[in-house]
Design a protein around this ligand. Structure first.
Ligand code: KG4
Ligand code: ZN
Length: 341
């Protein structure tokens, strides 16, 4: 079709992603990850990630082009994550995108990573309806957005005041002695536990918090509550019922995320909810969202996991929407912005 061919580059964290998108169609998505190198440190080391992006960038671009059977000269525009993310990794991606833009004489579009997590859904479930709600949950973000036009009109309704959902899982994983990243391990344990065994706190849901923080999240108090509960048991020389702790903790996170998100849908009269970000792999969130959206008559869209974690397709998808919306290209000297709102 006549839509522009957009090459998207993502390097905000530990994944080097390059994808080609035309319209809302994904031609190919190539990802290289440096997670294996970080696992032994128990967290992402920005310098290690930057070096890995540098090494992976050209091979990943070549791979995407080769698999999509596209010649570089056919690319109409280059989209890149301008933020938020780690400044070193972002800079590697932006430098590659700028070099391609200059070399090809094609426009450059710096786009927002978190909005990309929502935009990628269009490659799977087709264009968003007029208005929709997007919940982006990952190791770095827990953000609720009203999407009126994914390219031009996205409003942040709330976000986490402290830890992101995945980050809270990883921290609780560490205190339970699970390997990094702890999120998937807690998910697995939780599936065999009783979510009502322990009543952990639901952050920012008290009436006084609802007034100022109706759509914000806070998970650090919950993490502390889990730590105290576990310590008290250990001090008393008792065994820790890992499955029940995991299930009760996961239920508290899923409860707050879904309750606030559905309240936002209802308050804004929106009946489509898109969930994205690596944490959308979480079984407790998926189950609770499916159940509560069905009850509230909300159409729930969660793409397959490979599009939820960081990838180039999300950036190419958003770039494609931005180009088609007629937004002016970015200047070639656009800075990266590690804390882009
Ligand atoms: O989006 P992502 O791959 O990386 C970024 O943070 O950008 O998200 C990964 C985060 C990690 O914190 C990981 O522990 C968490 O999501 N995670 C999970 C699950 N799968 C990944 N947390 C809970 N349950 C899961 N199944
Ligand atoms: Zn992400």
């Amino acid at each position: 079709n006549g839509d522009p061919l957009v090459l998207g580059i993502e390097t905000s964290c530990d994944e080097t992603g390059v994808a080609l998108v035309r319209g809302d169609t994904l031609l190919f998505d190539a990802v290289a990850s440096s997670m294996d190198e970080h696992a032994r440190y128990g967290g992402i080391i920005p310098e290690v990630a930057s070096r890995a992006h540098l090494e992976a960038m050209v091979p990943t671009i070549r791979r995407a082009l080769g698999e999509a059977d596209v010649d570089l000269s056919e690319v109409d525009a280059v989209a890149v994550t301008a933020g938020p993310g780690l400044v070193g990794p972002l800079t590697i991606g932006a430098s590659a995108a700028k070099a391609l833009s200059i070399g090809l004489g094609k426009p450059l579009y710096g786009v927002n990573h978190v909005i990309g997590h929502a935009a990628v859904n269009q490659l799977v479930d087709g264009p968003f309806p007029g208005r929709s709600m997007a919940l982006v949950v990952s190791g770095g973000h827990s953000t609720l957005m009203l999407v009126e036009d994914v390219a031009t009109k996205v409003t942040e309704l709330g976000s986490t005041l402290d830890d992101a959902a995945g980050e809270a899982f990883d921290k609780v994983g560490r205190l339970l002695g699970l390997p990094y990243p702890g999120g998937p391990h807690i998910d697995r344990l939780a599936r065999e536990g009783d979510p009502e065994a322990i009543r952990f706190p639901r952050g920012l849901t008290a009436r006084k918090d609802q007034e100022r923080h109706a759509y914000d999240f806070s998970f650090s108090g919950l993490k502390t509550a889990v730590a105290r509960w576990v310590e008290a048991r250990q001090d008393a020389g008792q065994e820790i019922p890992l499955h029940d702790v995991a299930a009760s903790f996961a239920a508290a996170v899923a409860d707050v995320l879904t309750a606030k998100t559905i309240a936002a849908c209802q308050a804004h009269d929106v009946d489509t909810l898109v969930i994205g970000g690596g944490f959308s792999a979480n079984s407790q969130l998926r189950d609770m969202a499916a159940e509560r959206c069905a009850a509230a008559d909300i159409d729930l869209r969660i793409p397959p996991l490979r599009y939820c974690t960081d990838n180039g397709a999300m950036i190419a998808a958003l770039g494609s929407a931005v180009v088609r919306a007629g937004v002016a290209p970015s200047d070639l000297d656009i800075p990266v912005d590690s804390s882009m709102p």
